[in-house]
Design a protein around this ligand. Sequence first.
Ligand code: NAD
Length: 168
Amino acid sequence: MKRGFYIGRFQPYHNGHQSVLEHIAGKVDEIIIGIGSAQLSHQVDNPFTAGERVLMITRALASLECPFYVIPIEDIQRNALWVAHVRSMAPPFETCYSSNPLVIQLFRESGIKVQSPALYERETLSGTEIRRRMLAGEPWEELVPQPVVRVLKEIKGKERLLQIARND
Ligand code: NAD
């Protein structure tokens, strides 16, 4: 059984993440998706809770032809111990898929194979750009899968972001 691990903050989950996961689905038997910084929410850079991110990912991947697990993972203060922390929370896996330089470095130092999938349209497909567009009142819906648009509307994600970004 080949399992691959993919971690992100998914603030929010977007079409770049979706393309990477569709690619990984062709390479492994099962995928473990770690929701990083699970403890963070209601911040301008991290507006959505771990549970809301679970919802976005689970709905967006409903028709993926590869079993997957979504596991929230809180940050810890010691990078040197982080991979052991991740492994204590996730089903066993042999390959980590990431393009985040720190994640790549920590997994490599722990002796775990790392693959770096290509970045898709990085200029626009980024959580930073999507949050910027929401705050600026610009169209953001085309950058995320349709089920994620529905989750964000259901939880009033844009309204939350606008409210927490206000000065008092
Ligand atoms: P992210 O949501 O920005 O990205 C997730 C993955 O998707 C990354 O590999 C990224 O390169 C990729 N990606 C982003 N845009 C893409 C695009 N357009 N096309 C293709 N791929 C794209 O999340 P992240 O910042 O990489 O998440 C890492 C998580 O690991 C964070 O939550 C971080 O806090 C956590 N972490 C924690 C510790 C610790 O607790 N000590 C240490 C290291 C990492």
